[in-house]
Design a protein around this ligand. Structure first.
Ligand code: GDP
Ligand code: IMO
Ligand code: MG
Length: 423
């Protein structure tokens, strides 16, 4: 019996998950998304092409691998159709290789309106969601009001109308104005389009594949600090982004989880509101943003930038049971004279190294400063080429996090990936 390897983000999302899933896919037979929805934007670059995936797993470009949208995902049929059609137009055949779980929940057109209504009702406390209806869809799932992909196969019309009527009543109570006909037709076309794909009991497909000795990679969305239980609540997404989410989001028993690949940027970013202790408001932060092209792949919003936060990262390694680290975007720091890493917080006069309950009361970072490597690493292809200051930085991270850095990414392209001997 094989085990499922899990790849997930350790920060506030956008660590580069899509790129690395694509790089690792040749080692696997199935690639599965287990949570989140089109709030995700996973970027892949290869052969001078660039794709941003929202709901479709990032294993879709490598040969004839099976890709599964698992039960833990929330799916917007209209956005899915647009995404799938764009890939098909670029010559990537999907229908035989992309399976969708019957148990994945549907994002209804009114969920988007509810997302906007809840956000505006929060006023200055708003989360800065992606506006894709993620929170309201998961809310309906947990309150047992949701519609699932499997529902489209029988008497869908009635279930849909009931759900929409219920949402209309909530929207009226928020006095929220919206134009349902403007998006409903496209959404219903999306429902018809979904029927072209294999709509399956994905937990059976996955477990039978494991028993048949097939290798499976689970692809996380968002990041650990956006997890609904362990992230910077309430400034989080509405799903479990952590490793345990792969168990519930795919139907895999905990003992059938294998490697846990934790992916992080050599610095740190965050989109949307919420605490971010190492955030920089100076030219160093601007430089990270500019060199790293830190603008959201979904919303185009400028990502907030700051130094790496090892207090949060160590917490993420612990919660997920990460056994291999993957460091992304180190090239963005290639020209920096010094690199800082937050090794503790000062909170009300105390030095804290265990990630605390609440960051909003002001956690002031305590930094360790390391020399920059001042070397263009973007064309390097093996760890033997690493400059000493870079190797020292990686060693420092490994010691602090007590976990090996197995892959280093030195640019957005598939080829700019250095797999180390510790992989
Ligand atoms: P994801 O959501 O975790 O898949 O990450 P995103 O795609 O939202 O954001 C990562 C961004 O960084 C994308 O624009 C990638 O093309 C880019 N990227 C990934 N790895 C690297 C890297 O090592 N160096 C640089 N400079 N860019 C990278
Ligand atoms: P990937 O998979 C970065 C953030 C939003 C907002 C909060 C809640 O590309 O890493 P939501 O729409 O989920 O209710 O928004 O979570 N967020 C992300 N930030 N990367 C993502 O996905 C994100 N998905 C959601 O900006 O702060
Ligand atoms: Mg992203």
């Amino acid at each position: 019996m094989e085990k499922v390897d899990v790849l997930l983000g350790l920060q506030w999302g956008d660590e580069g998950k899509g790129k690395v899933v694509d790089v690792l896919t040749p080692k696997y037979e199935l690639v599965c998304r287990f949570q989140g929805g089109p709030n995700a934007g996973h970027t892949l670059e290869f052969e001078n092409q660039k794709f941003v995936l929202r709901s479709i797993p990032s294993g879709i470009f490598q040969g004839d691998k099976i890709n599964i949208i698992g039960n833990g995902v929330v799916l917007d049929p209209a956005l899915f159709k647009a995404e799938a059609e764009a890939l098909e137009a670029a010559g990537h055949k999907l229908t035989d290789r992309l399976y969708i779980s019957k148990k994945a929940h549907l994002i209804l057109p009114t969920h988007r309106f509810l997302d906007a209504a809840y956000e505006s009702a929060k006023g200055s406390g708003k989360i800065g969601t992606t506006g894709k209806g993620i929170g309201p869809t998961y809310t309906d799932k947990v309150s047992r009001n949701g519609l699932r992909v499997g529902d489209i196969l029988h008497n869908f019309e009635e279930k849909y109308r009931n759900a929409i009527d219920r949402h209309k009543r909530i929207l009226a109570s928020y006095q929220f104005e919206y134009d349902l006909p403007a998006i409903e037709k496209e959404w219903l076309e999306g429902i018809e389009y979904l029927k072209k794909f294999h709509i399956v009991d994905s937990e059976h497909v996955i477990n039978k594949s494991l028993r048949a000795g097939k290798k499976i990679l689970a692809e996380g969305a968002q990041g650990t600090m956006l997890d609904v239980d362990f992230g910077s609540y309430p400034f989080v997404t509405s799903s479990n982004t952590i490793c345990a989410g792969a168990c519930t989001g795919l139907g895999v028993a905990p003992r059938n989880i294998g490697n846990v690949f934790g992916i992080f940027k050599a610095y740190c970013t965050r989109v949307g509101a919420g605490p971010f202790p190492t955030e920089l408001f100076d030219e160093t932060g601007d430089k990270m943003c500019e060199i790293g092209h830190e603008f959201g792949s979904v919303t185009g919003r400028r990502r907030r930038c700051g130094w790496i936060d090892l207090v949060a990262l160590k917490y993420a390694v612990m919660i997920n049971g990460v056994n291999k680290l993957i460091m992304m975007k180190s090239d963005v720091l290639d020209t920096f004279d010094t690199i800082k890493a937050c090794v503790a917080y000062r909170i009300e006069g105390e030095t804290v190294t265990d990630f605390p309950f609440d960051l909003t009361d002001g956690a002031e970072p305590v930094y360790k400063e390391l020399p920059g490597w001042k070397t263009d690493m973007t064309k390097m292809s093996s760890e033997a080429e690493f400059p000493k200051a870079f190797t020292d930085y990686v060693k420092f991270l490994e010691d602090y996090l007590e976990t090996p850095v197995a892959i280093v990414s030195v640019g957005p392209d598939r080829e700019q990936t250095i797999v180390r001997s510790s992989f």
